[in-house]
Design a protein around this ligand. Structure first.
Ligand code: ADP
Length: 499
């Protein structure tokens, strides 16, 4: 029997049934990397013997995408009354994924951002909206209204943070893994709403979901889940320190080895430069010269001078302090003084948008920008830019650098979190060993970013070396394969520990 056959034979016949709970999931609803991860995990976990059903709130975009309803739990069932108005759970299949949708129109039938009211601030009832999600998830996990339950729950970020608490106080045996995608978003609400949650009084304690006198949804997830993961080993270490623990480092240290880091992957079928319809010229590692046509198209679309010899740096992402876009603008001379160009695609804080506009206006033909969110444009950047810039001050995992590696645009990244875990610095030693895939710099400062940019430009001026780094980048395994196996192991261990 071959090794592969042996492994296949050893695989359990009945898959582990996992209920993933999140407020976003690609391709239904997306505001950031969370959606990509939630959307990709079901496909990545299936070969590992884990069958994922994804539970999402019934936002208009989600309701519009529903396939034929396979089952729904209606008014007479316990799921019916969620904090004041009728709701139902709808089981369906859409875009190849098994879904469980919490159809609670009074909470979720609102178009636009899942979190923000049209006036810009958070929806005032966000605490109740996501309490409903957590409570419905806990019910579904145990089986509700004739729907079978699940072996384990995978709760993502603060919006799903109450699910482990509801399960714990229901005395359920269903274990939970709580995954933190960004510790900066904690879901904290005034103490006086605690009484509305239907949790026993002892839940509101330091040894519970209380967080400095507030109700903390992320705190709840970290405290009540069986295991906690975050999206890279580097970030898992960083958040145990006061500098990056955002007030939760003590708790995270206290949970000991129940906390681990599992690096995000990329859906490599979805992100494939040899088949990407958004690229004027598709390419593989062997035909990387085809990127020149994409660079030309990108220069034209960004209003940059059409120049095949100008090293073209691009940034894609939220215009936020976290992402260090201000450092890029401050390090601009390192690019421009060496004949380089900069392209920025993103949106976010108005002050940063203003600065990006200012730099574009001041350097016409050398700096180009587009303020907005555009998936196709992003793919043209990954497939046409020479380097991607990610000078994040902190970065739980980061997906942009994985896209950049896959599309042969060596990423220039801050040595933090998931960026440090996924980009191999192309220093002389690494190049001699054939392993460099981009550039790392630390500490995160304008000066060190500028120095890394200068190293990148020096590489660019040596085409043979540049191609070697591009080939290394494209050969790096950025798929979900390894990480999916780690998630599967975590689920199995949790289930075994509760058995
Ligand atoms: P975040 O902290 O925002 O989740 P990630 O790097 O984990 O950052 O994921 C961001 C994802 O969203 C990446 O796939 C990136 O390409 C994409 N993205 C970010 N901003 C934009 C934009 N303005 N247009 C298109 N795609 C974007």
């Amino acid at each position: 029997m071959s090794g592969t056959a042996k492994r296949a034979a050893a695989r359990p016949v009945t898959p582990l049934r996992v209920l993933a709970v999140a407020s976003e999931g690609f391709p239904f609803i997306k505001t950031g990397g969370l959606a990509d991860v939630v959307g990709a995990l079901p496909g990545a976990l299936a070969p590992e013997g884990v069958a994922v059903t994804t539970m999402l709130p019934g936002y208009p975009a989600v309701m519009a995408a529903l396939g034929p309803v396979q089952a729904s739990v209606q008014a007479s069932e316990p799921v019916a009354d969620f904090f004041g108005a009728p709701a139902r759970l709808v089981r369906t299949k859409a875009a190849g994924r098994d879904l469980l949708v919490l159809d609670a129109p009074h909470f979720f039938a609102r178009s636009g951002s899942p979190y923000l009211a049209p006036t810009g601030g958070d929806w005032p009832d966000n605490a109740m909206r996501f309490a409903a999600l957590g409570r419905a998830a806990a019910q579904a996990a145990q089986g509700v209204g004739g729907m079978a339950g699940f072996d384990a729950v995978h709760a993502h970020d603060w919006q799903a943070g109450l699910a482990p608490a509801y399960l714990r106080f229901a005395g359920s045996r269903v274990p939970t893994l709580f995954t933190i995608h960004n510790l900066a978003f904690q879901g904290q609400f005034p103490a006086n709403m605690f009484g509305l949650l239907g949790l026993p009084p002892e839940a509101f304690a330091t040894a519970g979901l209380e967080y400095f006198g507030m109700v903390g949804y992320l705190k709840s997830g970290i405290w009540f889940a069986d295991r906690v993961s975050t999206v890279s080993p580097g970030y898992a270490a960083e958040i145990r320190t006061p500098q990056w623990g955002m007030g939760l480092d003590g708790l995270l240290r206290g949970r000991g080895n129940a906390v681990s880091g599992i690096l995000n992957g990329l859906d490599t079928a979805e992100w494939d430069p040899s088949a990407d319809a958004h690229l004027p010229m598709r390419f593989t590692a062997k035909t990387v010269a085809n990127r020149a046509a994409n660079k030309k198209a990108l220069q034209a679309r960004m209003g940059l001078a059409s120049n095949p010899d100008a090293p073209l740096f691009a940034f894609i992402g939220r215009l936020a302090w976290q992402k260090g876009v201000d450092l890029i603008l401050e390090a601009l001379p390192a690019i421009l003084d060496h004949g380089g160009q900069l392209a920025i695609l993103g949106s976010g804080e108005p002050a940063l948008e203003e600065r990006v506009h200012g730099a574009t206006g001041a350097q016409i033909g050398r700096v180009g920008s587009f303020i907005g969110f555009d998936e196709g444009f992003a793919r043209l950047c990954y497939g046409g830019a020479d380097f991607m810039l990610m000078p994040s001050r902190f970065e739980p995992s980061g997906l942009g650098q994985l896209c950049a590696l896959r599309y042969g645009a060596p990423p220039v990244v801050a040595h933090v979190g998931g960026l440090a875990d996924s980009v191999v610095d192309a220093n002389e030693m690494a190049l001699a060993s054939g392993v460099g895939t981009g550039f790392n710099f630390a500490p995160v400062s304008r000066e060190m970013l500028a120095a890394a940019i200068e190293r990148a430009i020096a590489l660019y001026r040596e085409p043979e070396l540049m191609q070697r780094v591009q080939a290394n980048a494209m050969a790096q395994d950025v798929s979900w394969k390894r990480s999916a196996a780690k998630y599967a192991t975590a689920f199995r261990k949790m289930v075994a520990a509760r058995a």
